[in-house]
Design a protein around this ligand. Structure first.
Ligand code: ADP
Length: 499
């Protein structure tokens, strides 16, 4: 076995040179570990540092640290110790710390750079914050200024559309309608983004029926899908609770944004919304909302990009949009303690999955006593709207829902109405006169004969009805109103028949 000293001789990294010089500087001896020094030559010819070295020494031993020497094109950073020997000669001990000093220097350098750049960052941050505050205040004020004119355009447009217009005027009005809706959407998107960024968008957690909300969204989008030649499916899984505690408005906004995109970027096929429970324990609930389309799809390399503000894919720029929808959606999902993911393949379609963590209310029935919410209001009346024209269905539904006095179920035709009214007792049925399969009047007669409670029926029609027919069926319904009707007319009749 080798001893420490032998090992030291083998492995010690030698970085020290010993040189003996005469008092006049001539080299007497050198071990040349770092550089060659010719015997008899003067040490000052190796480097000017050593000029008159013996005269400048006061002590027996003098140490210089961190001396930079360039010798034969090589750079050294050395600590140099000079000792006076008893025979007046001098011993020069040079220890090379180049590696150590260089790395220390680059560390110091990078420390300096970090300090400088963090100062710059602080300044940048300050300026950025000032800019952001200015931008957000500007948007907040500007939005109020712009929203009211847009709303008044929309209101007067709707009033104008009820007057006698030529075909050409109707077309112009349609353009005004579309453009002002786009403008309204743009303004509210920008407003939402600025509210989220300033932390001013608050979340309200209340009990509501998610099932009803999804149904409402379906009704609102059905016509749009039909116009685009698409089928809209909604799957509300049976084991998913109907009532949840969360922010209804924000969930509506999230689903609507993704669904609107699915409709925009799908040219044929279908769109499916699936509400799926993932985890449920006590009142805790994790569920997801999947929105799947058979549209043009997105390359996976853009998955992160499309969630950025104003980011749109180049190839989709001909489609109307502002690139804010997904950015807002992502931030809303995060505010609701959730996440949004995407799976997609070009030309095959996309699937957006929103996972939300929430709670369920104590009771899943409508008459939950402790919670005050519009959904738990037992004084609300139950209506059944039987209408097979989607746009009429939507406008009647909206009028009734906006009054906040009614729960509205929808049937597409007489057959469905007959089935529904057997399951549930309604306070009023609103029946369209002309429908497929069983027509309105026939359905009215069947319902009237089969319903346990005498549910009043309000017939709605856009057609002139033959007098004899009217006379024959009149015992089976209470009232009839003719389309087009004013909102107040509808609400007045509904209220009158229920009370
Ligand atoms: P936009 O107003 O452009 O639709 P979004 O933020 O909602 O803005 O979407 C950003 C981009 O993501 C869109 O411009 C489009 O390129 C892409 N995208 C979003 N949804 C879909 C989808 N369902 N299918 C294909 N591309 C989509």
């Amino acid at each position: 076995m080798k001893h420490v000293n032998e090992l030291r001789a083998l492995y010690q990294e030698i970085n020290t040179q010993f040189i003996i010089i005469k008092p006049n500087g001539d080299v007497v001896e050198s071990d040349d570990v770092l550089f060659k020094s010719k015997l008899g030559s003067n040490i000052s010819s190796i480097h000017p540092f050593f000029i008159n070295i013996s005269e400048s020494l006061k002590e027996e031993k003098t140490k210089f640290t961190c001396v930079h020497l360039k010798i034969n094109t090589k750079d050294f950073v050395c600590d140099i110790t000079i000792r006076k020997l008893p025979n007046k000669n001098l011993l020069i001990i040079l220890t090379d710390f180049s590696e150590h000093y260089n790395s220390f220097q680059s560390l110091a350098q990078s420390r300096n750079e970090t300090a400088i750049s963090s100062e710059f960052m602080e300044i940048d941050n300050y300026l950025l914050q000032k800019k952001e505050t200015f931008k957000n205040n500007f948007i907040a004020n500007f939005n109020h200024e712009i929203v009211s004119p847009v709303l008044s355009i929309l209101t007067f447009k709707s009033m104008l559309s009820k007057t006698q217009l030529s075909h050409e005027q109707k077309e112009y009005l349609d353009i005004i309608d579309k453009s002002s809706l786009t403008l309204k959407r743009m303004v509210s998107d920008i407003f939402d983004i600025s509210k989220i960024e300033t932390g001013n968008l608050s979340i309200t957690n209340k009990r509501f029926s998610l099932k009803k909300l999804v149904n409402l969204i379906k009704i609102e989008h059905k016509q749009k899908c039909l116009d685009a030649g698409l089928k809209l499916n909604v799957i509300y899984k049976e084991d998913m609770p109907v009532y949840i505690v969360s922010d209804k408005l924000r969930i509506q906004q999230i689903i609507t944004n993704i669904l609107d995109n699915a409709i925009k970027y799908t040219h044929k096929g279908s769109i499916t919304i699936t509400i799926n429970p993932i985890y449920r324990r006590a009142r805790k609930l994790t569920f997801n909302i999947k929105i799947t389309d058979t549209g043009i799809g997105i390359d996976s390399k853009y998955f992160d990009f499309i969630f950025g503000r104003f980011n749109r894919l180049e190839q989709h720029k001909h489609v109307e949009g502002n690139g804010l929808g997904l950015a807002i959606t992502k931030q809303l999902v995060e505010l609701l303690d959730g996440e949004i993911n995407i799976e997609s393949k070009p030309n095959e379609g996309s699937e957006f999955v929103i996972t939300l963590r929430t709670t369920t209310p104590l009771k899943q029935t409508k008459s939950s006593l402790n919670e005050k919410s519009t959904d738990s209001d037992t004084s609300k009346k139950e209506l059944l709207l039987v209408e097979n024209n989607y746009s009429d269905q939507l406008s009647i539904f909206k009028i009734l829902a906006a009054s906040k006095k009614y729960y509205v179920d929808i049937a597409m035709d007489g057959n469905e109405a007959i089935k529904l009214q057997k399951k549930k007792s309604y306070d009023l049925i609103l029946m369209d006169y002309k429908m497929n399969s069983v027509d309105g009047f026939e359905a009215v007669k069947i319902i009237n004969k089969t319903s346990k409670k005498q549910t009043p029926i309000l017939v709605i029609t856009g057609h002139k009805i033959d007098n004899a027919l009217l006379k024959y069926y009149s015992p089976y319904f209470k009232e009839i109103i003719y389309k087009p009707f004013e909102e107040e007319t509808l609400l007045k009749h509904v209220a009158m028949l229920i009370n």
